[in-house]
Write a protein that binds this ligand. Sequence first.
Ligand code: UDP
Ligand code: MG
Length: 317
Amino acid sequence: MMLKNDISVVVPVYNEYENLPELYKRVKNTVSSITDKYQIIFVNDGSNDDSLSRILSFAENNPKVFYLDLSRNFGHQIAVTAGLEYCNADCTVIIDSDLQDPPELIFELYSKYREGFDVVYAKRKKREGDTFIKKFTAKLYYRLLKRWVSFEIPLDAGDYRLISNKVVSAVNQMPEQNKFLRAQIAWLGLKQAYVLFDREIRKHGKSGYSYGKMFRLAFDGITGFSDKPLLLVSRLGFVISIFSFLVIIYAIFAHYIFKQTITGWTSLIISAMFMGGIQLLSIGIIGEYISRINKNVQKRPLYILKDTNINDTYINS
Ligand code: UDP
Ligand code: MG
């Protein structure tokens, strides 16, 4: 298939009315100075502000601007996935629309790509504006994930990156419903490089990633790429079984040999609650995997498109 552009830029948008003009200007200036053959795809992820009208006006004035308007808020990962399904270029940049990812970095991402890498990700030197808790939990989580998966996951990298068309096609073939793009891309194992940058603070508005959405993403990352929690749970069961067997033997000895029956409400209630807690936790972990299976057997479409100016023949798959 002949690809129509040199560069495509996919921009997920959720309530970014105030950020869009500057973002669009800076992205356009950067990519248009690299090549004339570019496209910018805005994915409006059910914004409830006026983001869409801004996007429509960019598209009206520039035939290289495209948009996908999703029927409601499906979440950042799905918005980007939608953009990847419609982009048509040798390489694609994924960039946030809140100006935390400086658009001018596309120069460096692109020149690394021209050296022959399939994935060039932007690695954060420092994260301005994120709370201590967010930075700390993110660090902890990625170190854990890295230990639990069998492929290389880049640390301190978000979704800001440039990927070759090879990567785009491969990601488009991944049918999972719970998307976790940075791990999906790492899973491919293609040639990766990074450039360093300072992540800025969000210009206007507030983060669309609630703690709920963040936890969801974190669980999806683990259940999608590792069976380790299941293994840990069954090991824990094994250890507790051995331990309780020893306690039983001790109790029998105490009763028949030492003639002293162990009494106590405290020990009973503690062990009952301890076991109850462990069991609930284990069921919860199994539940996470089952819910993933459930979502994937339903095979619902990932998102519903309300409107777009992209011709169907553009779809890259
Ligand atoms: N976003 C989206 N759908 C959502 C939440 C966020 O498309 O449900 C977009 C948002 O407009 C931004 C990017 O995804 O371009 C990253 O979101 P955000 O800045 O809220 O996340 P954070 O930087 O706080 O992790
Ligand atoms: Mg942000």
